[in-house]
Design a protein around this ligand. Structure first.
Ligand code: NAP
Length: 312
């Protein structure tokens, strides 16, 4: 059996693509990896998804899945280990099976890079976050640190000054990597302090984060700091290793798209953070999933037109 459309990834992009392709009657198959759901599963409460004044990330994903299922989406839990995008139909190796499909939507998302401390993992969602836009509002009048020295760290720090009483950037070097204008904004903001040449060695607390252990890399001085929140902003890693050598990727591994969702291979579309180094919001990911679904509709109707013409 050859599928009409397979979607890889079960974040808002994949689930929105599933909803739309299901309502078109394409009977989509969505492959979700183990631990699926994307970055929303790391978010406690969402206040910026239109239509919901407040909803937990996992609950929003659950509702999206329910809605996609209602119209006929089929879900398969499994790991895609290999793809053959240039074959016709497209071949996907999922665990020990091969799935063939006429079209494919890649919505494998991007994963935040983490520092790699065991304590960071323990406190994720309890004071440690990698998404200032999602979680910043929960730190009203609290003291937070932001780890990183790139544009994301600058942007997150500036955003967090709206809520937090103080924001301290902890950066491992003595210069930021961020663009000049963002650096200037940060360095001229009286609410933001910078600890240069410093790394976080441990995050401390009981049920929630209450402090960090820091180390200055130049003089090896260890210090402790009381804080309520740790925002890790050391970059994102698009989940595209599976597609290397087949889909065109930029230097950081994001899928290069044309007209928002078209990839270099006909019938293969990219949606959500896997192709988005800028917006990275649940609602923008959902929107791009919809665009990919509409392109699938266009492509499938072209294929069926060609097939019926070849029969006459
Ligand atoms: P990035 O530019 O790669 O910066 C990551 C930062 O995290 C660097 O300062 C890096 O330190 C630090 N870092 C990396 N690994 C670390 C670790 N293990 N421990 C401590 N620090 C670590 O990532 P980004 O800031 O997410 O930006 C990604 C891209 O998106 C960039 O091209 C950026 O310009 C763009 N962007 C643009 C905007 C905007 O224009 N408004 C906003 C956000 C992002 P080093 O400097 O020492 O390497």
């Amino acid at each position: 059996m050859v599928e009409n459309v397979v979607i890889i990834g079960s974040g808002p992009a994949g689930l929105s693509a599933a909803l739309y392709t299901a309502r078109e009657g394409f009977n989509p198959l969505l492959i979700k990896g183990v631990g699926s759901g994307g970055q929303l599963l790391l978010t406690t409460d969402i206040e910026n998804y239109p239509g919901y004044s407040k909803i937990a990330g996992p609950e929003l994903i659950r509702l999206m899945e329910q809605q996609a299922t209602q119209f006929g989406t089929r879900f398969l839990e499994g790991d895609v280990t290999k793809v053959e995008l240039n074959s016709k139909p497209i071949k996907l190796h999922v665990d020990d099976k091969i799935i063939e499909t006429l079209t494919l939507i890649v919505s494998t998302g991007a994963s935040s890079k983490w520092i790699g401390l065991p304590s960071e993992k323990n406190f994720t969602g309890r004071g440690v976050s990698s998404c200032a836009t999602c979680d910043g509002a929960f730190f009203k009048n609290k003291e937070v640190i932001v780890v990183g020295g790139g544009d994301t760290a600058m942007e997150d720090s500036l955003f967090l000054t709206r809520f937090a009483s103080s924001v301290t950037i902890v950066h491992r070097r003595d210069a930021f990597r961020a663009s000049k204008i963002m650096q200037e904004r940060v360095l001229s903001n009286p609410k933001i302090k910078v600890l240069w040449d410093t790394v976080v060695e441990e995050i401390t607390g009981d049920r929630k984060v209450s402090g960090v252990k820091l180390k200055n890399l130049k003089n090896s001085l260890a210090t402790e700091m009381k804080i309520d929140g740790v925002f890790v902003a050391i970059g994102h890693q698009p989940n595209t290793s599976l597609f290397t050598g087949q889909l065109e990727l930029d230097k950081d591994g994001y899928i290069i798209t044309k007209d928002d969702v078209l990839t270099n291979i006909e019938g293969v579309y990219a949606a959500g953070d896997v192709a988005d180094r800028f917006y990275k919001q649940a609602v923008t990911a959902a929107g791009s999933g919809v665009k990919a679904a509409l392109r699938v509709r266009e492509h499938l109707s072209m294929l069926s037109f060609e097939e019926s013409r070849s029969k006459h």
